[in-house]
Design a binder for this molecule. Sequence first.
Ligand code: BGC
Length: 457
Amino acid sequence: MTTATSGPARQSEVSFFVAMVATIAAIGGGLFGYDTGVISGAILYIKKEFPIDDATEGLIVGAVTLGALVAALGAGVVADRSGRRVTNIAAGIVFAVASLLCAAANSVPTLVAGRFLVGCGIGFTSVGGPMYIAEASPARIRGTFVSLFQLAVTVGILLAYIVASVFAPAAAWRWMLGLAMVPGVFLAVGMAFMPESPRWLVKQGRRRDARAVLVQIDPHGDPDAELARLERDLAAEGQGTWSELLERALRPALLVGIGLAVFQQVTGINAVIYYAPQIFLAAGFRSDVTSLAATTGIGIINVLATFIAIWLVDRAGRRPLLICGVLGMVATLVVLGLAFRGGAAGAAARNLGLITVVCLAAYIVFFAFSLGPIVWLMISEIYPLRNRAQAVAVSTASNWGANFLVSLTFPVMTTRLGAPVTFFTYAALGVLTLVFVLTRVPETKGKTLEEITGFWR
Ligand code: BGC
């Protein structure tokens, strides 16, 4: 952007507005984390109120992921036609209604429907949130601001652990699920006061509106020059269609987006996030209380380590963080696999608990500054504006599909194949992720979204 004034005052003014935009949009990330995390506590009490079999339990837990998968695709249509802001408002409304429905559910089908709807909210926010923040942020701080979305996801997961333990003595599962209504309303109302993404406005030919938003983003910049740059860079863009996703030109970008989305999941993150208490019990923790405390510790580490990405993603860049993080994840998974193998044979049984805590904590740190935030960031920055909404939607849906698969297969894999083979499998997929990052993923640090799009031409 051309600068009329420069220096720290201007910088902080730009950052303040974008930080506000990013913070409001990131509430959706908080709900994403909260609603995926809270069910592990709530389900214990739901089971006491409704007599359900294992399959129905799986349905109540898994309905969120399926809802997110389906809604991610729908969010692509809404984000493209009605705008990024509307997509986030819709997410807030859906979250609020769905949380109420879950809290008031008097039958299993209503509860499953409520959880599916919660998933729809998550699908909308995971497409609309990062994309909106990325399109509203100046290039030099885009990574930091989009990483706020992931920070919110981790805070949401932690809050879910805390809320679940606070309401556990009263078995108040309706409160656990219903509380998410409050941030849902904040998201919808907050987004109603936010401006639309300037890039989407340019795409719609609404140049006066786009200029007004550019002034808000950078009050001391040169909105006309920025508008002219966007119009020039986007001149050839126009309205995209879903079928264009199959065209050759988009393939390299789609490969990176879908690849990152799938690798984020198949390296096992949600085996840890969803099943940490069971892993700790298997490692020799004696009571539910200590294993739940250790799980809360994992949640805290997840939040704290995300700050490493917030701090470094626009300084060191995306690739170095991805490479270090995935290397670390592979190493900890291998140690974990070896420890469980030794533990099962009796040799390392005494140390297994300690090794497990250290390895899972380290694994979470490595994930939290790499695949966690950077996948959502890169999905929202690598696609050309013309097809961005559709391509982000497909990548996000792949993420939820892979998430569903891992959550479904983890218990079966540990029982049938054993914990060591399960962890070694995630480690092997981590090695593939590393090769993928090294050979396919470009560095996008400091580049405008339009420059990034140029990589694929
Ligand atoms: C992933 C979620 C995961 C969370 C953990 C997100 O980036 O998409 O699947 O549960 O990170 O912090």
